[in-house]
Each structure stands twice: as C-alpha cells, then as structure tokens.
Unconditional design. Structure first.
Length: 309
C-alpha cells in the first residue's frame, strides 16, 4: 500500500484544533460552546466533545455571557453581532485563508462591484462569505448556472471569489464561463483555492496513477475530502471516501494488489494509522510505502487571540 504526501491536516485545521484544545485547557469547569463543527471531521469533533466542548447550530443556543468558539470555516458578520448582543465571549478560529476571501468580498462591495462566489451555496464557508455583503454577492456552483445569473446592472464591474476547498477543474470551468460572459471580470490577486487543497488534489492525482484503488479518509461533509475522491476518480481509478473503519468492510478486496491512501485536510493522522493497521492485519497489505508527490511548504499560523472578547 502507498500513503501519499501531502495528506491530512493543513495549517488552518491544525490552528483551529489547537485553538479549541487551548480554550478547553484554559477554562477548566467552564462550559465551552462551539458554533457548528470546529472542522468537518467526525473524529475531531467527538474527541473535543469527550473533553467537554458543546457543539451548537445557532448562537441563540448559547447561554448569555458564555464562551463561544467560532469554527475554521468562518461566519458572517451578522453572527458576530448576534454573539455580541448576547454578551458572548468569542474566540474566532477562522482559517486565515477564509478571512482572505471575506476581505476580498468586503473590498469588492465597498467599490460597488457585484461579486460572484464560486462555491457550494449550503457550505458554511460560503454562507459566511456571502454574509459579508449579501446584497452584492451571488453564488454559482457550476458553469451551467452562469447564464442565469442576474447581477446589479449599475454595479461598478463584476468580481469573483472562490470557496477555498473547490476542485481545480470545477473552478476552471466556471471561471471560463464567467469570462465568456464578463471578459472584464475582476479576480483576486492570488487564487482563493488554498495551498492545502491544491497540493492534496495534485498528490491524489499522481497517487491514482500508481494503484488500483484509492482510499480518501475523511468525513462525508468535508468538502476538500469529497473533492479528493472526485480528482482521483477523474484519473480512472476507483476511489472511495472512508469516514469510519467499518467502511473498509464493505469493499471487495479481490485482485487489489496496490491500494493508495490519502486523507482530507481535516482528518487526524491517528485515523490514517488505524486504517493502515487494519489493511495490514485483515487484508495482508505490506507497507506503507510513502510517496512524496508534492513538496509542501505549509504556512505556520499563530493562534488567534485567546483572551475572549
Ligand atoms: S483547507 Fe485551506 S482554507 Fe480550509 S482550513 Fe485548511 S488551509 Fe484553511
């Protein structure tokens, strides 16, 4: 079996998880709430829940004055206003790459530019990004939606931003359709699809060419993990999302001599180790051989301000 590098935690997830752990450590005996999943990974969420973190879906579910952690996916400004109105003490673990997209939307909107966000409209990250300027931002998920887009005709141009965890081909297709309709489209200075997403996608493409089956370890609501499955499948290699060890049991292993493994940006390394062990013990695979497909230079982020406001 082959494990490809890079895989697993990105800098934004590592920062969010470390922030959550620090907040719990600094506040023994105090209820700590987290709005939505801190990152989209079941194992991470369950581990924090076991340490006492309380996950909620709405700010209204947090008692007044309590301590609230915001997830790596970011929130709309209105959510922070609501938290302040309830007197909540907030620690924001938003990934700096997501903050970059929020800032781009604010800048476009301030300049009177109509903003198109390429992304999945029900994903928390996109909901937060749209919330920066709801009147100015429209979301497109696919090239097919571009024709039907209705933008403010008096806007001072059209700009585009992108969800950070999209697949490269999805972005390219939508971007091409947007440029056909608005050749003067304003784009951010650098791509919004983050380094970790791009590197893990490139790596899984190369991995797919070297094995008969690819396993992508990650949760079903993890956008970047789902994109890895798509990237790998696009190379013609049967690829499966594995979110639980039991998922391995549903697969037919006959005639599989080489299996490739990667994991999404929010998947803990312990889960990968358990999958590797199970494949050794139950399917008799040797290894893993480590394949470094992309040289990754991860940014190192400082933790957010832990003195809650
Ligand atoms: S996948 Fe990218 S944007 Fe998302 S948390 Fe990781 S580094 Fe940040």
């Amino acid at each position: 079996m082959i494990v490809v590098e890079p895989h697993g935690f990105c800098s934004g997830v590592a920062r969010a998880v470390a922030t959550a752990e620090q907040v719990l450590e600094r506040n023994p005996g105090v209820p700590v709430f987290c709005l939505n999943e801190i990152v989209h990974n079941q194992q991470v969420v369950e581990r924090l829940r076991a340490r006492g973190m309380i996950f909620v879906r709405r700010v209204e579910d947090v008692p007044e004055g309590a301590l609230l952690l915001l997830s790596a996916h970011g929130v709309a400004p209105a959510v922070k206003v609501k938290a302040a109105a309830r007197g909540l003490r907030v620690v924001d673990a938003v990934c700096p790459f997501v903050s970059k997209v929020h800032a781009e939307v604010r800048n476009f909107a301030r300049a009177g530019v109509a903003v198109i966000c390429i992304g999945h409209r029900n994903h928390e990250e996109v909901i937060g990004v749209v919330g920066e300027a709801p009147e100015a931002v429209r979301v497109v998920e696919s090239a097919a939606e571009v024709e039907a887009l209705v933008l403010n005709p008096t806007a001072a141009g059209v700009g585009v931003v992108t969800q950070t965890t999209l697949g490269a081909s999805q972005v390219d297709e939508v971007m091409a359709a947007l440029l056909r309709r608005w050749p003067e489209l304003k784009t951010p200075q650098s791509t919004d699809v983050c380094y970790a997403t791009r590197n893990r996608q490139r790596a899984v493409q190369l991995l797919a060419g070297c094995c008969q089956r690819v396993l992508v370890l990650g949760s079903a609501n993890s956008s970047n993990s789902l994109r890895l499955v798509e990237c790998s499948q696009a190379e013609g290699t049967p690829s499966f999302l594995i979110s639980d060890l039991r998922d391995l049991e549903g697969l037919n292993w006959d005639a599989i001599e080489c299996v490739g493994i990667t994991s999404g940006a929010s998947t803990p390394e312990e889960f990968l180790n358990r999958v590797v062990q199970k494949l050794r013990d139950q399917q008799g695979f040797a290894g893993p051989e480590i394949m470094t497909a992309v040289d990754e230079h991860s940014p190192s982020f400082r933790l957010p301000d832990l003195e809650e406001k």
